[in-house]
Design a protein around this ligand. Structure first.
Ligand SMILES: Cc1ncc(COP(=O)(O)O)c(C=O)c1O
Length: 458
């Protein structure tokens, strides 16, 4: 760890003693002291007291502009008034029935109006709906294998716990990556059916179809890879991938858990003009509540309607979450909101680019819809192997330096990206950019020194 980075972490510790104490105590009962492995980072994560609009406060009372926004789950921002009102109304008349109530149809109508799908089933998390989407593809095709992208994340279940963050000594041929199971406890029988391809590489998927004719049920892809920072698809890549699936009788699943409520009014389907067979939605569609969905054509969803495939869940479409979802679709995820988010995001990306140019940082900024990231890489990242080369220490320096000055620029970990909310303002963006401009010279100096001695990964 180089001195400037060490200094920022020391400052973090000085500013956040209550988080440190809370984390030490929590760790005695909760593994890593957190409820999701992603939430832990050294030396310890911030513990939150409250949030409103585009800002949160930690338990030491420090205020931050929040671009973590629950890993992209809150394009509505904290406590959006229309979402809060809808939820408060529902709280008075019953929160859980396990019986239909009519809001299923209302929300399914909203989704079918925006996405190229005809029927919807709801769930509670992204992991849940990607699991069901894969089951659906297997049920429809009668095939077992699936293809996912190296570095792609679709949740914590076994089928997709493959090559999520493979290391250099594991990942093999760049044209034909070795599937690497992520961690222990993953069932071989399930993960063993998962094949891996590099993102933005059509030929690699073509080779898999040729190698396993009639065996591949689905290709699942994040339309913009947002678990390796921010990685755009090449022009025409998604359409070509979709076509390739059609030609080979496989389902094309676009995992819109991150993009669905943040990229555009009609998600990545609209933004890239693609018509996948199955989509999954989650995160920001719930306006701060745990809502997710998978959707497809009437024909594909027919296997559920005809009771050939089982899908269930006690908490599915509970009225509180559905009220939040409906309010989010009607009042937050509007065309006007997306125009506003685009405006803010362009300002943020342009501002980053300006500072990068002025300071000589070897990095670039990219963004679309409500998301974007500062990528410490000399050129546009096209896949996991590019992203893997990012200098983690310089990124860590960036993150702590921003936090120490009141900006959570994105969730911790360099595989994440910023999210803007409809409650952020131009002033928030100005402040964010000012803080970045203030720390960028130190980042550039540290980077130059590290490049001179050939330092890279820590
Ligand atoms: C693309 C994608 N799919 C699925 C998931 C899993 O969603 P959840 O954390 O709600 O289970 C995530 C979570 O980050 C994601 O980014």
């Amino acid at each position: 760890m180089y001195p400037e980075l060490k200094k920022e972490i020391e400052t973090y510790e000085k500013r956040t003693p209550k988080s440190k104490e809370a984390h030490t105590r929590a760790s005695s009962r909760v593994p890593l002291g957190v409820a999701s492995n992603y939430r832990y980072y050294p030396p310890y994560p911030l513990f939150v007291r409250d949030g409103k609009g585009g800002r949160i406060r930690d338990i030491d009372g420090n205020e931050y502009i929040d671009h973590n926004l629950c890993y992209g789950g809150l394009v509505a921002g904290h406590c959006h008034p229309m979402v809060m009102r809808a939820v408060e109304e529902r709280l008075k008349i019953g929160t859980l029935f396990g019986m239909p109530h009519g809001m299923e149809l209302e929300l399914a109508d909203e989704i079918c109006a925006r996405f190229p799908v005809e029927m919807v089933r709801f769930g509670n998390s992204g992991s849940e709906v990607t699991q069901y989407a894969l089951k659906l593809a297997r049920a429809v095709t009668g095939r077992a294998k699936i293809v996912k992208m190296e570095g792609g994340y679709h949740g914590g279940h076994d089928a997709v716990s493959v090559s999520v963050k493979p290391k250099a000594d594991q990942f093999g041929d760049p044209e034909n990556p070795t599937p690497v199971v992520s961690g222990q406890g993953v069932l071989k029988g399930t993960s063993g059916e998962t094949l891996v391809a590099p993102f933005n590489n059509l030929a690699a998927v073509e080779r898999l179809f040729a190698k396993y004719p009639g065996e591949i049920a689905a290709v699942i892809v994040e339309p913009i890879m947002m678990n390796i920072g921010f990685c755009m698809p090449d022009e025409g890549y998604l359409q070509a991938l979709c076509e390739l699936c059609r030609r080979n009788g496989a389902m094309f699943i676009m995992d819109e858990v991150k993009t669905g409520g943040k990229l555009a009014w009609g998600g990545a389907c609209e933004y890239f003009n693609v018509k996948p067979d199955i989509i999954t939605l989650g995160k920001s569609i719930g306006g701060g509540f745990s809502l997710a969905a998978f959707a497809a054509s009437r024909e594909i969803m027919g296997v559920i309607a005809q009771q050939k495939m089982f899908h269930a869940g006690t908490y599915n479409t509970n009225p509180v979450v559905m009220a939040a979802g409906l309010a989010t679709f009607k009042h937050v995820l509007t065309r006007d909101s997306f125009a506003y988010l685009n405006k803010l995001n362009t300002k943020l990306v342009d501002g980053y680019r300006d500072t990068i140019r002025k300071t000589g940082l070897v990095a670039y900024a990219d963004g679309a819809g409500a998301n974007g990231a500062l990528m410490f890489y000399p050129k546009r990242v096209r896949n996991h192997r590019d992203w893997y080369q990012i200098d983690v220490d310089v990124w860590t320096h960036y993150w702590f330096a921003m936090v120490n000055r009141g900006v959570i620029a994105q969730p911790y970990w360099w595989d994440e990206q910023w999210t803007l909310s409809v409650q952020h303002t131009e002033k928030d963006i100005d402040e964010h950019l000012e803080v970045f401009a203030g720390i960028a010279p130190a980042l550039a100096a540290a980077q130059q020194e590290r490049m001179a001695v050939g330092a890279h990964h820590s």
